[in-house]
Design a binder for this molecule. Structure first.
Ligand SMILES: [Zn+2]
Ligand SMILES: [Zn+2]
Length: 287
């Protein structure tokens, strides 16, 4: 595991959401944080989570840290939205694993996203100009990628995981995801500005841990609103809508801004346990 990047005055993140008493550890889902930065620099990778061995949520630059064997095992990519920092590794992943998956007769990797997101990927990335169309390669009858549309509010079973598609409010069509377990849900907001529909849903959900973005500092409130991201003051207003204290993990902070953003959050006297999400961190969800 790599080292932590932790904001000033913020406690080290809990590595583990406590399992229910008596629950065997091997029933926990491991969620590896491959990337959780708003952009790139040495040590900073963009958004991607590996759930167990077979499911990715988003495919930012963090995917590049996986071994080839780990990449070959990925059968599903759940995409939050079409922005480059969340999708740029889909095509590279496909290229890396095509030969091995094809030789093994493996089914296509399912890329799950809103129809608008899939249309954007097809038009702007897998268009034969930016990248080949891997939904038709290595041959159209046995491609390495398949696009699978989803809808807000839908519940999917993905590699045995119960995944709910949450609403997000961003400059392009976007979603978040909740992964359900018996001790509560692991919730990832995706990129989002203020989002009343999310809190309406979370009010009736047992949230084990919440990964939420805070992309800007408060002095960039106008830019945060324009780009439909959160800043600390808006985060506070959003978190105030949770009915009980939860473990909150802050993601999507830009390189070089982590200490500043987390210091602003630490000054808020929140009832929640707020942590900095770190690349290389492994979260756990009872299954
Ligand atoms: Zn975005
Ligand atoms: Zn983003």
């Amino acid at each position: 595991m790599r080292g932590w990047t932790v904001g000033a005055s913020i406690a080290l993140p809990n590595l583990q959401t406590p399992a229910l008493p008596g629950r065997a550890l091997n029933s926990d889902l491991q969620i590896r944080v491959l990337g959780c930065s708003g952009s790139i620099a040495a040590g900073s990778r963009t958004t991607s989570f590996l759930l167990g061995q077979h499911v990715l949520i988003d495919a930012g630059t963090g995917v590049g840290d996986l071994t080839l064997e780990e990449m070959v095992a990925i059968d599903h990519v759940l995409v939050t939205h079409s922005h480059l920092d969340h999708v740029l590794s889909i095509g590279l992943l496909a290229d890396s694993v095509t030969r091995r998956r094809h030789a093994a007769g493996r089914a296509p990797i399912q890329v799950h996203a809103l129809p608008a997101t899939l249309a954007a990927l097809r038009a702007h990335i897998f268009n034969g100009v930016i990248w080949p169309d891997f939904t038709r390669l290595p041959d159209p009858a046995h491609p390495v990628l398949a696009f699978a549309p989803l809808a807000e509010g839908e519940r999917l079973t993905v590699a045995g995981l119960q995944v709910e598609v949450l609403t997000a409010r961003h400059t392009v069509p976007a979603v978040g995801y909740a992964v359900h377990g018996p001790a509560g849900a692991w919730v990832f907001t995706g990129d989002t500005g203020r989002n009343p529909a999310l809190w309406a849903r979370l009010a009736s959900l047992d949230v084990a841990s919440l990964v939420i973005e805070t992309a800007f500092r408060d002095d960039e409130l106008a830019l945060a609103r324009l780009s439909q991201h959160l800043c600390p003051s808006e985060l506070r207003a959003e978190l105030a809508q949770l009915r009980s204290p939860v473990d909150v993990y802050i993601t999507h902070i830009k390189p070089g801004e982590v200490d500043a953003v987390m210091s602003e959050i630490a000054g808020q006297d929140s009832p929640h346990r707020i942590h900095t999400l770190a690349t290389g961190q492994v979260m756990h969800l009872a299954q």
